[in-house]
Design a protein around this ligand. Structure first.
Ligand SMILES: NC(=O)c1ccc[n+]([C@@H]2O[C@H](COP(=O)([O-])OP(=O)(O)OC[C@H]3O[C@@H](n4cnc5c(N)ncnc54)[C@H](O)[C@@H]3O)[C@@H](O)[C@H]2O)c1
Length: 415
């Protein structure tokens, strides 16, 4: 029996995609190589924040399952690849999962199928990396099957913009491939935007995330400079943010984290290096971003010194380990970098995060937040999770460094 959609890689991107398509009435099956993911989804326990347990159980009741058998691909009308694209040991693109997934698809590809890559990667990936693998068994893209790239724009934890109301960019290997891809996504996305080709669609995704990366670096650089000049950066940001045109607000922080914003510019830089080009703005942003954890350690040390304490031997309580507020994801989290630097300098690091729970890299979290706040020589609020009672943090901490700029009170030390 055929299925409308097989999602290859059922993670942060793949599971919400499967849910959106199934909710719109498509028959969907997942294919994932991880037994842990298959087991968890099989038990109706979502492992990503944007799909609830009730939603997943409803999907399961409608026939949604995740299999480890790639033969399911032979039943698909459309295959969407959503596997990870991380960094290799040299800090460059690691496309191993994309290659493996494409090989699995290739072995079971039927004529007439639409294959879409959603994983983020550099321009040329769909055409130069994925297409040759898919064509290994004799079928030709654009003739025997359709091939397209469509970047995922999901913002985990965002309640306002989800898959349906976030415009979807698609780039086809041929105009007909693009047309088929538009028809597919139009079944559950309101607006589909057609790129000139797969490379433009790939580059659009990298531009979007590099835009965030560069602007966060800019605001972080201005924050450090405001500190040098004795200016209140939060007031500066508030004032600049009132301009109704030509200025988009970004907030300072401990450095970017998550699976996309710190990683995607590396794909762009690697592509530029291989093309013999230099992207100076992106490189400068990278330099600013990598210096932010050290800057926070310096600010923490300054607070302790002013209180007559040294960093070595002091207890530092870090609040928030997730890479951003409201998500349980600690991938590339700047807090982990801050914790490592503090520990290397002899501080006793403790931590708390109401959303992630225990983080294996950091050992067990504090169990009683109020007493941990009272015990710590200094507390650093790094992530403004909704679960934090900010006034209570200010009341109970001996010294508080607020990286989020949200804790009220004159006694609070802000970034
Ligand atoms: N997480 C986000 O918010 C986000 C947003 C936009 C784009 N992206 C991009 O989407 C892609 C997927 O990211 P993610 O966050 O969903 O990753 P993830 O790690 O949450 O999920 C990927 C899934 O793919 C599975 N997998 C790995 N190799 C496989 C293979 N060969 N065959 C089948 N399954 C395989 C893994 O077991 C995992 O369940 C990446 O390229 C990422 O950069 C992610």
């Amino acid at each position: 029996m055929s299925v409308d959609l097989v999602v290859v890689g059922v993670g942060y991107v793949g599971l919400p995609l499967a849910a959106a398509a199934a909710t719109a009435g498509l028959s969907v099956v997942g294919y994932d190589t991880s037994p842990a993911v298959r087991e968890q989804v099989g038990q109706g326990r979502p492992h990503v924040p944007d799909v609830s347990g009730a939603q997943l159980r409803a999907l399961r009741a409608d026939g949604f399952e995740v299999t480890g058998d790639p033969a399911v691909i032979a039943r698909a009308e459309t295959v969407v690849i959503c596997v990870p694209t991380g960094l290799g040991p040299d800090g460059g693109p690691d496309l191993a999962a994309v290659r493996d997934a494409a090989a699995a698809v290739s072995g079971h590809l039927r004529p007439g199928t639409l294959v879409v890559l959603e994983s983020t990667s550099f321009p040329g990936t769909t055409d130069e990396v994925v297409r040759p693998i898919l064509e290994r068994h004799g079928l030709v893209a654009g003739e025997d099957f359709s091939l397209a790239y469509s970047p995922e724009r999901v913002d985990p934890g965002n309640r306002r913009y989800g898959i349906r109301n976030t415009p979807k960019v698609v780039g086809g290997h041929t105009p007909l491939c693009a047309k088929q891809c538009v028809a597919f996504y139009s079944r559950f996305v309101d607006t589909v935007v057609v790129a000139r080709g797969t490379r433009e669609a790939e580059m659009a995704k990298l531009l979007e995330n590099t835009y965030r990366y560069v602007n966060i670096a800019l605001v972080n650089e201005i924050t450090v400079f405001c500190d040098e000049l004795g200016l209140d950066v939060w007031d500066v940001l508030h004032c600049a943010g009132t301009k109704p045109f030509g200025f988009a607000s970004f907030t300072p922080g401990p450095g970017v984290g998550g699976h996309c914003i710190p990683v995607d510019p590396r794909y762009l830089l690697d592509k530029a290096r291989r093309a013999g080009s230099r992207l100076g703005v992106v490189e400068a942003a990278r330099e600013v971003d990598s210096a932010m954890p050290s800057y926070l350690v310096e600010r923490t040390t300054r607070l302790l010194t002013d209180a007559g304490l040294g960093l070595a031997g002091s207890t530092v309580l870090l609040l928030g380990v997730a890479y951003k507020a409201g998500v349980p994801d600690t991938r590339e989290s700047a807090t982990l970098r801050v914790a490592a630097e503090l520990t290397a300098l002899g501080a006793h690091v403790r931590y708390h995060d109401p959303v992630t729970g225990p983080v294996p890299e950091l050992g067990p979290p504090v169990s009683d937040l109020d007493s941990a706040l009272r015990d710590a020589d200094v507390t650093v609020l790094l992530v403004g999770h909704g679960g934090y009672d900010l006034s209570r943090l200010a009341r109970n901490a001996r010294l508080l460094l607020d990286v989020t700029g949200r804790v009220p009170g004159e006694e609070v030390h802000r970034l």
